[in-house]
Design a protein around this ligand. Structure first.
Ligand code: TYD
Length: 210
């Protein structure tokens, strides 16, 4: 009897800016590759050619973008990314490790207090034809600590990162509320812990999904 084909696994990383998502995504990719899994590492906004064009508008346009237009741009990026890159990879049995997904839309676009988080989520689910991750790792960190990390890295101007402190506090609260509502999907980790401890906790959860 042949072994059943490996099932695709969809893991997303969420959290504020500067919490260490990229480092953890890389460590998880290395570990999975070492175990012989094919990994697709990607991100939103971006991840495709169309997505990179949308990313440029939402992150680098310096004038105003109306809140609903911004939400639709993220949703358009998501629709194309999921349909053309993520679903095909999952169907092949790959592990998809993705930096940000629909929870970012709810937390960020909902945090401006203009849009309703529930509606933003529905929009994303429509865009992605209902695809939810098997696991969402939320790296939780006080926005002041995250800001200090970004300043130390001397990263270029980013429209959303330049938002006020109270905005980032609302984003953080938004993510934590999402995790509380779906404890089965989320793994919430304190991003102030040592990198290796965080990586080990993530590996433990992912191992259970393979
Ligand atoms: P990110 O790619 O993490 O930025 P960087 O590579 O510069 O660290 O995220 C870019 C920004 O996009 C981030 O501030 C959050 C924002 N964002 C939303 O507001 N809504 C969304 O749906 C997504 C995916 C991202």
């Amino acid at each position: 009897m042949t072994a059943p084909a490996a099932r695709g696994v969809f893991v997303t990383f969420e959290g504020g800016d500067g919490v260490g998502k990229t480092t953890q995504a890389r460590l998880l990719e290395e570990w999975l590759s070492g175990r012989g899994r094919t990994v697709v590492r990607t991100r939103e906004p971006g991840g495709t050619e169309v997505g990179d064009l949308i990313r440029d508008i939402v992150l680098h346009h310096r004038g105003e973008v109306a809140p609903r237009a911004e939400a639709l741009l993220y949703a358009a990026d998501r629709a194309h990314h999921i349909a053309t890159l993520v679903r095909p990879a999952l169907e092949r049995g790959d592990v998809v490790i993705q930096d940000r997904y629909l929870d970012s839309s709810v937390a960020y676009q909902g945090a401006g207090r203009v849009l309703d988080g529930g509606q933003v989520r529905e929009l994303s689910l429509w865009a992605a034809e209902g695809l939810l991750p098997d696991l969402t790792v939320l790296l939780d960190l006080d926005p002041a600590a995250a800001r200090a990390r970004l300043d130390a890295d001397d990263k270029p101007f980013d429209r959303l990162e330049a938002e006020r402190d109270d905005f980032h506090a609302r984003v953080r609260a938004g993510f934590l509320a999402l995790a509380e509502a779906e404890p089965g999907r989320f793994l919430v980790l304190d991003a102030a812990q040592p990198v290796d401890d965080i990586a080990a906790a993530i590996r433990d959860r992912v191992a259970a999904l393979l």
